[in-house]
Write a protein that binds this ligand. Structure first.
Ligand SMILES: C[C@H]1O[C@H](O[C@H]2[C@H](O)[C@@H](O)[C@@H](O[C@H]3[C@H](O)[C@@H](O)[C@@H](O[C@H]4[C@H](O)[C@@H](O)[C@@H](O)O[C@@H]4CO)O[C@@H]3CO)O[C@@H]2CO)[C@H](O)[C@H](O)[C@@H]1N[C@H]1C[C@@H](CO)[C@H](O)[C@@H](O)[C@@H]1O
Length: 410
């Protein structure tokens, strides 16, 4: 594996810092942002060329669900075809750093003004005491709701799963529509139920697998109950498209979602008046309330032939100026404390809500295996929601998968 120093590979053309200190050559950037975000991110990425006229930015949008495997294949086969800079989801960062595919950024220009980063965002860029990513966005889940539909049903935004069931009953009676669309094909949506029962996937302090303790079982049961009672509808595939279609067309009154869904949701006919979209914390369960911390870092491929330009690009794409523009266009959360002092950012109602939500978001275990924890849940979640697997069986299967995964370390 690469040892974190440049050694062949990468799409750069071997540019770098000329004798005059000028940055030059090509930087290939793999962006994983979604349909509603990518236009803004591409424009911002190309803006780098204005500052560094001798650099050509080769912007490539790679779907989130494919990017990790694609990058590992490219980096693992000598690096040709690997990008110079990758937008890496927070859990990918430790995994890829552990394999040696990411350049250590400490001491490079990529980490300029690092004291400005939110501590929670910075935490997701570390591995064995070194820094392998530059925080680009931080996020969590909230409860999106159609204000008009809830008003018509005479209900307030629910603050518990039990309250959501009661509200959904009224929404069905008054509007004929379903209360919630619950995404079943993405394990991330299991976490608000798990935290709502006071549980967690692992206890990293005690090095214990806890997902199949009682809270983990109750969490699966709580999610299944929403579907079985008709309060929520779900699918085992195409969850993102079905969820967005449903909320945008006013076919459901609520979804669980994050800042990355705001721009797309507001494009729906149900939100011609954008103020019709409200966001509140995810509902509480019987043992607590909580939403997971997520987000994305800019990382530099250790095998890039153009490290200097890549460091400069990572710094630019996470600069205060670019973050303020991203928030203005997409309502995504800045990872720099200074950007929250920007008047337009501070006035954005979605930023106000999600910043408070992120401050309380539950941090996940920043360990290389963190990247694989969702796979085991993903196998069980859709089956539990469909009533094909019992909550107990599902939790135990996930627990067993974790004990196998972690047996060396735990
Ligand atoms: C199963 C996967 O489990 C984990 O992923 C977790 C993730 O850790 C959680 O944090 C959470 O991510 C949030 C995210 O924080 C949140 O920001 C948002 O992201 C938006 C963007 O905002 C939006 O811009 C746009 O990009 O679109 C993004 C997506 O909407 O929503 C995300 C949740 O969707 O949830 C993920 C689970 O989905 C693993 O990390 C792998 O990804 C793994 N899949 C791999 C598995 C490999 C085989 O092992 C297979 O070979 C590979 O090909 C597969 O890729």
């Amino acid at each position: 594996a690469l040892t974190g120093t440049a050694c062949g590979g990468g799409d750069g053309d071997g540019g770098g810092k000329g004798s005059d200190g000028k940055i030059s050559g090509t930087v290939t950037y793999w962006d994983t942002s979604n349909e509603a975000e990518k236009g803004t991110y591409e424009q911002l990425a190309r803006g780098f060329q204005k500052k560094y006229p001798d650099v050509k930015v080769n912007y490539v949008n790679v779907p989130f669900g494919e990017a990790l495997a694609k990058f590992k294949n490219a980096a693992g086969s000598g690096g040709s075809g690997a990008p110079d800079v990758l937008r890496a989801e927070v859990a990918w960062t430790q995994d890829l750093a552990n394999i040696g595919y990411l350049a250590k950024l400490d001491g490079t220009t990529a980490l300029a003004d690092r004291s400005d980063y939110l501590p929670k965002a910075a935490a997701g860029t570390k591995f064995k005491g070194a820094t392998y990513g530059v925080p680009q966005v931080i996020d969590t889940l909230g409860l999106f709701y159609n204000k008009k539909m809830l008003k018509e049903a005479g209900v307030a935004p629910p603050t518990s799963w039990a309250g959501l069931k009661a509200a959904a009953k009224k929404i069905k009676q008054k509007t004929g529509k379903t209360g919630l669309y619950l995404r079943g094909d993405d394990a991330y949506w299991y976490l608000p139920f798990l935290y709502g029962e006071g549980g967690d996937l692992l206890d990293t302090g005690a090095k214990k697998v806890t997902v199949d303790d009682a809270p983990g079982v109750k969490a699966f049961a709580a999610a299944r109950d929403l579907v079985a009672s008709g309060a929520a509808e779900t699918d085992a595939t195409d969850g993102w498209d079905t969820m967005q279609h449903a909320i945008k067309n006013g076919d459901v009154a609520m979804t669980l979602n994050g800042p990355w869904a705001i721009e797309d949701t507001l494009a729906g006919k149900a939100f011609k008046d954008p103020s019709n979209l409200g966001v509140v914390p995810v509902p509480a369960g019987s043992g607590g309330q909580g939403a997971p911390q997520g987000g994305h870092n800019l990382t530099v491929y250790a095998g890039s032939k153009n490290l200097d330009a890549s460091y400069a690009f990572a710094r630019y794409m996470s600069s205060a100026e670019v973050q303020a523009k991203t928030t203005e266009k997409l309502s995504l959360l800045p990872t720099r404390t200074s950007v929250y002092r920007n008047a337009a950012v501070a006035a954005n109602p979605n930023v106000k809500f999600f910043k408070a939500a992120v401050d309380k978001a539950v941090e996940r275990p920043w360990i290389p295996e963190g990247n694989s924890l969702f796979q085991a849940v993903l196998v069980q979640f859709p089956n539990v929601l469909a009533g094909r697997t019992s909550p107990k069986e599902a939790a135990t299967s996930v627990g067993d998968a974790y004990r196998k995964l972690l047996k060396g370390d735990w």
